[in-house]
Design a protein around this ligand. Structure first.
Ligand code: ATP
Ligand code: MG
Length: 575
């Protein structure tokens, strides 16, 4: 591509609305433009990066035996009603009526549509397994779209669905995808980890997320420093440490805590540690109130609560809601005498003589004991793991880091096939439900994640496999015949070698050409300028480490080809 003819609008200013590096750099490097909240137009440069990811994904999915198809974005509500998800999916599902008053939605994911196809067109065990995938635009009306392509409302996803005859076969399909994902993210040049993920109420360990390790990640990943354990924090189970039992249960007492409503201020006032206090939080779980008891210094893991309650949605209740339900002002709620559903974290169940809210303004209670003073409906692991907890698998030391979820593999089982009555005839002549799996990759998010891992003060530093252009040639002597001829020659030659190359033939100052080349993050920069005239040399620079070499024109192409080969993450021969 000739820069003079490209729509590649780079920005000097730092866009104010962008909070993270990838978002800022994608706007500055002319990747995309925002149309409205969470919805972007991909400009040619951004689309080229997306295509690079798509091609790697396609090659590896095909190699793993999956077949590409393309499903509609608009889906009839009826299909979603069959699986019960029309109700359950919540406001992320954009619903609308067409001119015939038929209710529809925009696809946030395609389990229903694909299961409908397979139930109609796949009939026998002989046709299985089948794994179908697409690369397509999804719509999710995210409550907080942010960070540009990282969390959009409209975004590009690769979604695959496998159908198998049995559990064992489905597990084999699962691990095949797991391996394909490892190859995909390795080929993208990303630093990533596969971690155990929450699989909701289905249970089991058959869900892994692929996390790109980057500070701006919205997920927290827990690693063990002594064994292979790695999990999303949502999933990481906290084992209860041995607690010293105090033999004597002391007398329950109501104590004054005037105006003290927060854990810290109550503890300061009473001169106790937050670990001696139990906080009572009220959540609305699918519109039903539930009180959650946690030690004062702990954080709730909402996913664990959701799983315990089997709820589609849990949300912290507003103060006014809590007051309406309990008649207790904020900050003074406690479990003694509370009549709504109560669930307690494991740790609380093991505490004795603790402090709680007094269920009356300006009061707390001391020497409270579960069992004697109040009952709970359930005790379970509900809190977030911390770095000082032991590894759930080996008891070793944990490390917590941020990660960006770029992919997710999930064994679904027969949930969808049962609710949609999708069956095949097995070898024994019996009709059986397909055993399913689903596998997603956030294509547009991968590009953002790659930038989060690869940038500096001057701009993006693309890994070669994702770079829209591998080489940029700067012609710094547009009016000089010799310089222009050399630049044009290199441009044609690289094109002939099928290297993606951008020729900066704009009538711009050298300074701004250098700046743009750095901002765009193109891995190799070739400068054809004065030194060609003075000493017959052309400069080659590697964006990643700033290494510069000068060479005669005939050496440039071989040098580039060998450097590109070193940096490429070629596909290996066998899966
Ligand atoms: P998240 O927890 O980040 O919302 P999810 O669990 O909803 O993700 P999946 O339904 O598993 O995501 O979707 C598959 C993949 O699609 C994710 O791994 C992620 O890479 C990508 N993805 C999901 N939501 C978005 C979004 N709003 N914008 C961009 N990519 C997304
Ligand atoms: Mg989501």
């Amino acid at each position: 591509m000739r820069y003079s003819q490209a729509l590649l609008p780079t920005l000097k200013e730092i866009p104010a609305e962008a909070e993270v590096a990838s978002h800022r750099l994608m706007l500055r490097a002319g990747f995309m433009r925002k149309l409205t909240a969470g919805i972007y137009s991909y400009l040619p440069y951004g689309l080229a990066a997306i295509r690079k990811v798509e091609n790697i994904v396609r090659e590896e999915m095909n190699r793993a035996g999956a077949q590409e198809l393309l499903l509609p974005m608009v889906q009839p509500a009826d299909l979603w009603i069959e699986t019960g998800r029309y109700e359950k999916y919540g406001p992320e599902l954009l619903r609308f009526f067409d001119r015939h008053e038929r209710e529809s939605c925009l696809g946030p994911t395609h389990e229903e549509v694909i299961t409908d196809i397979v139930r109609k067109d796949v009939h026998s065990y002989r046709d299985l397994p089948v794994n179908l995938y697409q690369i397509q635009t999804k719509f999710r009306d995210e409550i907080r779209p942010r960070f540009g392509l990282m969390r959009g409302r409209e975004f590009i996803m690769k979604d695959a669905y496998s159908f198998d005859v049995s559990n064992e076969a489905a597990e084999a399909s699962y691990w095949k995808m797991y391996e394909a994902y490892k190859r995909i993210f390795t080929r993208c040049g990303l630093k990533f980890r596969a971690v155990q993920a929450d699989s909701g109420t289905i249970g089991g360990s058959f869900s892994h997320e692929f996390m790109v390790l980057a500070e701006t990640g919205e997920d927290t990943v827990v690693f063990c420093q002594d064994c292979d354990y790695a999990a999303n924090m949502e999933k990481a189970a906290v084992s209860l440490r041995k607690q010293e039992k105090i033999e004597r249960l002391e007398q329950l007492e109501k104590i004054q805590t005037p105006g003290k409503r927060k854990v810290d201020t109550v503890c300061e006032f009473l001169k106790i540690a937050p670990s001696q206090l139990v906080k009572t939080l009220v959540f609305m779980a699918d519109d039903q109130p539930v009180a959650v008891l946690l030690r004062g210094d702990r954080q709730l893991e909402e996913v664990k609560l959701k799983n315990l309650l089997g709820a589609a949605d849990v949300e912290i209740a507003e103060s006014s809601q809590v007051y309406d339900i309990t008649k207790v002002p904020t900050g003074y709620l406690g479990p003694v005498g509370l009549t709504i559903k109560i669930v307690a974290d494991l740790e609380v169940a093991a505490m004795q003589n603790f402090y709680v809210g007094g269920n009356e303004k300006n009061y707390h209670m001391k020497n409270v004991n579960l069992g004697r003073d109040f009952q709970v409906d359930a005790t379970a692991d509900l809190r977030q793991i911390t770095r000082s907890d032991p590894c759930p698998e080996c008891g070793g030391k944990l490390k917590l880091t941020e990660g960006i979820e770029v992919g997710h593999v999930f064994k679904l089982g027969t949930g969808y096939s049962e609710s949609m009555e999708a069956t095949f005839q097995d070898s024994d002549g019996q009709d059986k439900f397909f055993v399913m799996g689903c596998y997603g990759i956030g294509i547009s998010r991968v590009v953002a994640a790659a930038i989060e891992q690869n940038y500096d003060a001057d701009g993006i530093i693309f890994p070669v496999p994702l770079a829209p252009y591998t080489v940029i040639i700067l012609n710094l002597g547009l009016k000089d015949e010799k310089i222009t001829a050399a630049a044009e020659h290199l441009y044609r030659e690289l094109q002939r070698q099928e290297i993606d190359v951008l020729l900066d033939d704009r009538d711009e100052r050298p300074g701004s050409k250098f700046k743009d080349a750095d901002l765009l993050g193109i891995p190799f920069r070739v400068v054809v300028g004065k030194s060609l005239l003075n000493s017959g040399l052309i400069e080659m620079r590697i964006r990643k480490n700033g290494a510069v070499e000068e060479m005669t024109p005939d050496k440039v192409i071989p040098a580039l080809l060998s450097k590109i080969a070193d940096e490429s993450t070629e596909k290996t021969d066998d899966p």
